[in-house]
Design a protein around this ligand. Structure first.
Ligand code: IPE
Ligand code: IPE
Ligand code: MG
Length: 243
């Protein structure tokens, strides 16, 4: 993929929140909001392709979301399965690589098969990456990384940041530059804990099903107005006296 502009974030993560509130406001069942949320993912992914964002990570289902009512969990799983089945051909035709991050064990065999198929079919695509965080938790990912290091017999003095990062679910993905959370709450809710150490955070009141390309562009403009220091001191401040 050709990046259009160096000011475009390479990786955007989205905590897609507000589907329930969106549905409730319309006096519809929550599943109606989740369906509208899937349409928003399609719009935003297309926007990312157009703008030259290389990776879009979407938080679809957290390790904590199992605590929701059974009917909602079942409807969500059905929706993920059905969406992957329906969209895979088009994604593949557009050259998008699909990656799924999260714990597999708790997912049904049907869902795991669908995920394996989507990842295998699109593995060589180079027109952007859609990283679907499904049964994903940042803490679980760190636990899984450390477990794998231990299983591989890596000695304690060889466990450093590079080793942990190399054992995350998808170590080849760059860290997110920008994380957007919709629906107004300023919290990370266990999303990409390791990778977001220096991400820029942006919270919008817009509910996820209402989020579109215009707002994506506005978020990127806001990102470009930020100064990323990574703990250092920008040049203009390091010249002259310390105040
Ligand atoms: C986010 O929308 C989608 C998932 C967590 C799957 P919510 O369902 O959390 O929406 P609200 O927070 O109830 O509005
Ligand atoms: C975060 O939303 C998880 C996803 C978007 C999948 P939640 O609605 O689950 O988060 P909390 O409960 O408000 O923190
Ligand atoms: Mg929510």
């Amino acid at each position: 993929m050709q990046r259009l502009d160096s000011s475009v974030p390479r990786h955007i993560g989205i905590i897609m929140d507000g589907n329930g509130r969106w549905a409730r406001r319309r006096r519809h069942p929550v599943s109606f909001g989740h369906r509208a949320g899937v349409r928003a993912i399609k719009r935003v992914l297309e926007g990312c392709e157009e703008l030259g964002v290389e990776v879009l990570s979407v938080y679809a289902f957290s390790t904590e979301n199992w605590s929701r009512p059974r009917a909602e969990v079942r409807a969500l799983m059905r929706l993920f399965h059905e969406t992957m089945q329906r969209e895979i051909d088009e994604m593949h035709r557009r050259g998008v690589r699909i990656v799924v991050s999260g714990r597999r064990d708790e997912l049904s065999q049907r869902m795991r098969d669908r995920i394996d198929e989507a990842m295998a079919r699109t593995a060589l695509n180079t027109n952007g990456i859609l990283n679907v965080c499904l049964n994903y938790g940042g803490r679980a990912e760190l636990v899984d990384s450390v477990r794998r290091l231990v299983e591989e017999g890596v000695p304690a003095d060889k466990i450093d940041e590079a080793a942990i990062a190399a054992h995350l679910y998808n170590p080849e993905l760059p860290d997110p530059d920008l994380i957007i959370r919709t629906a107004g709450e300023s919290r990370v809710s266990n999303f990409l804990l390791w990778q977001s150490a220096y991400s820029e955070m942006l919270v919008t009141d817009t509910l996820w099903p209402d989020f579109g390309v215009d707002e994506l562009k506005a978020a990127i403009a806001e990102y470009n107005a930020r100064v990323r220091r990574f703990g250092g001191r920008p040049d203009e401040l390091s010249v002259g006296s310390v105040s």
